[in-house]
Design a protein around this ligand. Structure first.
Ligand code: CAA
Ligand code: NAD
Length: 279
């Protein structure tokens, strides 16, 4: 299968790797040339780690990497059967991309978004063929996490959903059908928890280290809320919170001022080297 991936950031590079390891030919596109290089470096490092840990033979790693063709030209996606958009969590950017994709891909191609929280029907409304638009929400790190939320919009055709679910299974992931509401299932539950951790830090209730240690050791979570927010990217967490707050209007979704100031100051978590912790 030929799969297009848009955006070669944290998620796009992970999704490209997962697809290539499953035998798909991948065309990956980012608007920023340096992001293409950095994304391919991330894939290479992740494949090398899989080889080191005995999860993948060295030849398999080389073959997977060779299946990824990356560049900056969106037109390269013209013969893809499925395109997974994983560009920044910015509705205007995504709407612009979906609008352009209509004129690039063939009539049978499925257009999927990896958005964290934007309702799929809103992205589908930007295209002339909303029946082929669907949400495929992978989790970070994509090569490790077993879930993909599958979100059908109001106009998504049954055969689009069935093909998308079959694709998720072919990657060795579990598909869960999630409602087309901001945040779907996971982020509607996870984001308010992350925001609560940030509010606790902001009001001086506890240190960042203690909040994270408490949730790791007290609840058996692999990461505390602040290190998890740093992993996801604070810009992504803030954008998801804004989508949820816009949709439901509930104070628990409102992004705390500390989070907004950190994003405005370029403290984006692991990807910028500094967030609630330093990397
Ligand atoms: N890329 C590829 N593989 C990675 C990786 C990465 N970035 N990070 C870790 N791994 C792999 C390792 O190679 C290792 O693989 P094996 O078990 O096959 O050997 C495995 O993951 C465990 O890694 P480590 O032992 O190095 O580290 P760890 O045990 O601390 O696990 C973790 C790291 C998997 C990230 C773990 O801490 C974890 O599960 N954290 C929570 C992640 C989570 O909740 N993600 C969801 C975020 S929310 C989201 O994604 C939605 C959204 O829209 C924002
Ligand atoms: P990121 O900031 O790491 O990467 C985004 C990439 O998109 C950047 O390389 C940027 O140059 C590129 N981009 C921006 N506009 C573009 C355009 N018009 N065309 C092509 N590329 C463009 O972000 P990320 O964490 O990879 O998130 C990507 C998407 O995945 C977002 O919608 C996010 O909400 C979602 N998501 C993120 C996580 C996470 O934990 N980070 C998890 C699941 C889903």
């Amino acid at each position: 299968m030929r799969v297009g991936v848009i955006g070669l950031g944290l998620m796009g590079s992970g999704i490209a790797e997962v697809c290539a390891r499953a035998g798909c030919d991948v065309r990956a596109v980012d608007v920023v040339e340096d992001a293409v290089t950095a994304g391919l470096d991330r894939v290479r490092a992740s494949l090398a780690r899989a080889v080191e840990r005995g999860k993948l033979p060295s030849a398999g790693s080389e073959a997977a990497f060779a299946r990824i063709d990356a560049g900056t030209d969106l037109e390269a996606l013209c013969d893809c059967e499925l395109v997974i958009e994983a560009a920044s969590e910015d509705e205007a950017v995504k709407v612009g991309l979906f609008r352009r994709l209509d004129g690039i891909v063939g009539p049978d191609a499925i257009l999927a978004s990896n958005t964290s929280a934007i309702p799929i029907s809103r992205l589908a409304a930007a295209t002339a063929h909303p029946e082929r638009v669907i949400g495929l929400h992978f989790f970070n790190p994509a090569p490790v996490m077993g879930l993909v939320e599958v979100i059908a919009g109001l106009h998504t055709a049954t055969h689009t959903r069935e093909r998308a679910e079959g694709f998720v299974r072919s990657l060795g992931k579990t598909a869960v059908a999630a409602p087309d509401r901001a945040g779907f299932i996971v982020n509607a539950l996870l984001v308010p928890y992350l925001l609560a951790g940030i509010r606790m830090l902001d009001t001086g209730g506890a240190s960042a280290d203690d909040i994270d240690t408490a949730m790791r050791l007290g609840c058996g979570h692999p990461m505390g809320p602040l290190e998890l927010a740093d992993l996801a990217g604070l810009d992504t967490v803030a954008a998801a919170a804004k989508s949820l707050h816009r949709e439901f209007g509930e104070p628990l979704y409102s992004p705390p001022p500390l989070l907004l100031r950190m994003v405005e100051s370029g403290m984006l978590g692991r990807k910028s080297g500094r967030g609630f912790h330093t990397y």
